[in-house]
Write a protein that binds this ligand. Structure first.
Ligand code: AMP
Ligand code: MG
Length: 356
């Protein structure tokens, strides 16, 4: 557990170093005259205001680079968005709305709050778009593997075979009028782990903007959202981690402005049993962690929720289907393969650069 926490801390640190190096440049180039001007006119300050918390199983780091002065209360309000989402959407919290849906699988429909309904609806749509590569009913399988907990282990083939039958997004019944969700079969289970972090980043993004924040970096583990540009001269330069479980380094970097860059990879959560590594992204058709040559996927979109779901789906699809999907949807995405070669469709202005 401590090992895992250390690993994720280290990851955030690496990404932060890259982002902070951009910040340093900004601080050097902005003059005190400019600072005074912005302070006087809009009470916007350009000193970095930064806080961290742990939520949604990830270290959440928010850096405001141009914003009104944030009080403790403003920060509490920001982080309350995350704890509220987690309390209602986590399949690991017994009292959450998602757990209530799961407990009532095959029994009855459960009325949920608007955003829980909408995220499940969106997750089901992504499942349809990706032919089930992304499937929010993956819970029947993730419950067996328990990756990231003290009880992580390789399930028996019999258990996996039975659980695969319980993974089917078509059996999520949504009632648009009553906001009720029903899982048709006993033993089905929703797990929003592949999309909820993205959703929460969108919510925090909207809240910060409503508070007058004009430049910021939201670092939610593999989900990065940037507000505005780094400064008037340049967009933010965002780094993507190299898919290496032992060492932490930046694989590539590129520019982003007022959008989400979401990365998924087989290096984020994993365990080893009898010399074999098992990771947290599960192929719904085999029941096993994916092993198809794609180690990492990154997607750039306005919606972090959407990018989050797509990034997870691309890992599951395998090279050919993933490239096909990216091209069909016209997505700006990058794939990193096992041999550390890569593919991307980022616009030229992003200046996609491999870090050696
Ligand atoms: P991410 O880190 O966004 O790629 O999401 C990984 C998490 O999504 C896992 O920890 C599971 O909770 C969940 N998950 C794993 N496999 C799938 C899948 N095939 N479809 C949807 N969610 C998945
Ligand atoms: Mg995801």
């Amino acid at each position: 557990m401590i090992n895992k926490l250390f690993k994720s801390l280290f990851f955030v640190f690496i990404i932060s170093v890259l982002l902070t190096s951009c910040v340093d440049k900004k601080e050097v180039t902005s003059t005190s005259e400019e600072k005074n001007k912005s302070q006087q006119s809009e009470e916007i300050i350009s000193e970095i205001q930064q806080r961290e918390t742990f939520a949604l199983n990830t270290i959440i780091k928010i850096q405001l680079h141009e914003a009104p002065e944030f009080s403790d209360q403003d920060w509490e309000q920001t982080f309350a968005i995350l704890s509220d989402i987690e309390a209602r959407m986590s399949a690991h919290i017994d009292t959450s709305e998602v757990s209530e849906i799961n407990k009532n699988a095959g029994i009855q429909a459960v009325k949920v709050s608007d955003d829980v309904f909408n995220i499940i609806k969106r997750a089901k749509e992504v499942a349809e778009e990706t032919d089930g590569a992304f499937d929010p009913t993956i819970g029947a399988l993730t419950k067996l593997w328990q990756i990231g907990t003290e009880d992580e282990h390789v399930p028996s083939q019999k258990e996996l075979d039975q659980a695969i039958k319980k993974v089917d997004y078509n059996k999520i019944i949504l009632d648009e009028k009553t906001y009720e969700v029903f899982l048709e079969e006993d033993g089905m289970s929703i797990d929003l782990g592949g999309i909820a972090k993205g959703y929460s980043a969108d919510e925090v993004f909207a809240f910060l903007k409503s508070k007058g924040v004009t430049r910021a970096i939201l670092d939610f583990g593999g989900n990065i959202v940037v507000i505005g540009a780094k400064d008037e001269a340049s967009d933010w330069r965002v780094g993507v981690r190299k898919p290496d479980r032992m060492q932490f380094s930046v694989f590539a970097s590129f520019y982003a402005n007022d959008e989400a860059v979401v990365s998924s990879g087989d290096y984020e959560r994993f365990f080893e049993e009898d010399g074999v590594i098992y990771h947290h992204i599960i192929n719904p058709f085999t029941g096993y962690p994916t092993d198809n040559g794609i180690r990492g996927a990154s997607v750039i979109l306005k919606s972090s929720m959407q990018a989050d779901a797509y990034a997870t789906a691309l890992i599951v699809m395998g090279k050919e289907k993933a490239i096909d999907f990216i091209q069909k949807k016209g997505l700006e995405a990058a794939l990193i393969y096992s041999d550390m070669s890569s593919f991307h469709t980022f616009e030229d202005e992003r200046d996609f650069r491999l870090e050696k």
